[in-house]
Design a protein around this ligand. Structure first.
Ligand code: ADP
Length: 536
């Protein structure tokens, strides 16, 4: 029997309207390239996002046209986040840290028609312009410098709007945005999010046991808006009506801490590399910044337990989350369940260092050669997920169909255990697992333990071919400034913590661990570097 309920489409225009009507005085702050702070209100944002929507339509944007952005986290980018999709376009955020050849490949694959680019990134545009076919390039004048000839100033473009924009009626499954994976494990692949998936993702993300966002919060998304929609935070933030303070191009620790202090930030989100830097700055000058107790969501790569512990001493709470481009991106968040709240501190920290419990509407299972692994906290399997904000295919790419199981679950490529309480713990990516003498070794566990050693700043563990054991772990170690440690000391440090055969046979001291554009260890490069390693 059908219900008697209305079926209004879940589209972003509802979020934008709500923001404009209910929270006109909420503030949006951007750190500009010259470090000054630009401020305006939701009322301004609402007006300008709608002006952008109208201007795009006037410029000939058709439903489904891709509008690319090459921008930092700024208020203009936020306008694009809403203005493009509410006009029926597809917001395509480009990762400015990728190699120009890859950016051009992605633009061409997506068939982008318009491009909005920050003036501070014009050089990057110039490096790709001969390899792409963009009809109109709109430049956001962040520095006040004149816009290069032949290109349109964003302000002039907005001025073409009259203010009488009306939302086109969009079915909720209409594509609203697209992101390409950063290609850590192969060629970038495009994912197309729908209005519906993004609205549901925003509702789910705002929940207290997820990102815990309310209109009274001050939110700083450090995770770039060019990387998986800044984990959906621009949409979630605008939906709840909170103050949003954005770092612009200034992602270094001091600028971030200054922003947290001046704007009294309560919620922030970023990758572990960024939080490592912020932690070092805090440890160096513990009394310099007066911060409110703040929740710092960390994801994109595993958060070392030692980091979570260290932040607690500053009254800053690290919340570990896991996600993927294919998942909009949030999948799991680690919050302590009420029935576990009385556990001893070490157990609580171990739980917080897990990737966490699946969000409502997200289903998880771990699959191995025997079928679905039991939720026992130690049987490993590849994590598969299903839910309304999980992709069911890539954009224009048939070759990757095997990323989905026959019964429609998405294969994440992450190897996990799931505990009886439903906590997902990533042990590795399938490609990074180490198989020694027929037994699996988790490189992530080893890395996290090693990063708990007082002398170690960073550790990446990789599999290297071994004549007897097939593979053995090799640990690449970056020491903290001025610290020293011997291989023997690292071995004895690990001994009481892991099975004997897990202990790496080799420790190599390096200046830095190669990283991807989104801050993940580039293990491919490390494996390549050490592939001819001679075991003693
Ligand atoms: P790419 O696949 O190109 O690296 P994504 O940014 O979508 O692009 O990365 C998703 C992957 O990042 C996950 O499959 C997982 O391996 C890793 N990841 C994300 N969050 C975490 C986390 N909290 N802990 C460990 N790994 C994580």
């Amino acid at each position: 029997m059908l219900s008697t309920m209305m079926r209004t489409p879940l589209t972003l225009s509802h979020l934008l309207e709500r923001a404009g009507r209910l929270f006109p005085t909420s503030e949006i702050v951007t750190r500009m390239p010259d470090r000054s702070l630009h401020r305006y209100t939701y009322a301004d944002f609402y007006r300008r996002a709608r002006a952008l929507a109208e201007a795009l339509q006037k410029a000939g944007m058709q439903p489904g046209d891709r509008v690319a952005t090459l921008s930092w986290n700024t208020s203009a980018h936020l306008e694009a986040y809403f203005g493009i999709p509410v006009a029926g376009g597809v917001l395509h955020t480009l990762n400015l840290r990728l190699h120009p050849t890859d950016i051009a490949y992605i633009i061409n694959h997506a068939e982008d028609r318009f491009l909005i680019v920050d003036d501070v990134l014009i050089k990057l545009y110039e490096a790709i312009k001969d390899h792409i076919n963009i009809e109109k390039v709109i430049v956001v004048p962040l520095t006040g410098q004149p816009v290069p000839e032949g290109l349109t100033s964003y302000e002039d473009f907005l001025a073409t709007a009259t203010g009488d924009f009306s939302y086109p009626e969009l079915p909720e499954d209409t594509a609203m945005g697209m992101c390409y994976t950063s290609g850590t494990t192969g060629k970038p692949k495009g994912v197309l999010y729908s209005h519906r998936s993004m609205v549901l993702h925003s509702l789910g993300s705002a929940l207290p046991d997820a990102l815990n966002l309310a209109q009274s919060d001050v939110l700083t998304p450090v995770v770039p808006m060019f990387h998986v929609m800044a984990w959906g935070l621009p949409f979630t933030g605008i939906m709840v009506g909170c103050t949003i303070a954005m770092p612009g191009p200034h992602l270094d620790a001091v600028n971030l801490l200054d922003l947290y202090e001046s704007e009294q930030v309560t919620k922030t989100a970023g990758v572990p590399t960024i939080w490592m830097g912020v932690l070092q700055a805090l440890q160096k000058e513990p009394t310099r910044w007066k911060l409110l107790p703040m929740e710092m969501v960390v994801g994109g790569a595993a958060a070392p337990e030692a980091m979570i512990r260290a932040y607690d001493t500053f009254n800053l709470k690290v919340v570990h989350a896991w996600g993927m481009t294919e998942m909009s991106p949030l999948g799991t968040v680690s919050r302590i369940k009420h029935n576990l709240a009385d556990s001893d501190p070490d157990t609580l920290y171990a739980l917080r260092a897990c990737q966490g419990m699946p969000m409502p509407l997200v289903e998880v299972r771990a699959m191995n050669e025997h079928g679905e692994a039991p939720w026992d906290g130690h049987t490993m399997g590849e994590l598969e997920v299903r839910g309304p904000w999980v992709a069911q295919s890539y954009f224009n790419l048939e070759s990757e169909r095997d990323k989905w199981s026959a019964d429609g679950w998405f294969r994440t490529g992450d190897v996990v255990t799931i505990s009886s309480e439903g906590f997902v713990k990533i042990t590795d990516r399938t490609k990074d697992l180490i198989k020694s003498g027929g037994e699996w070794i988790s490189s992530l566990d080893l890395e996290n333990l090693l990063m708990g050693h007082p002398a170690v700043r960073e550790a990446a563990v990789i599999a290297v071919t071994h004549p007897r054991w097939d593979e053995r772990p090799l640990a690449a170690i970056v020491l903290k400034e001025g610290a020293t440690v011997t291989t023997e000391e690292l071995r004895s440090y690990l001994e009481p913590k892991v099975a004997k055969f897990w202990i790496p046979d080799a420790f190599v001291f390096v200046d830095e661990i190669p990283r991807t554009s989104t801050g993940k260890f580039l293990k491919m490069q490390l494996r390549d570097k050490f592939k001819d390693w001679h075991w003693e």
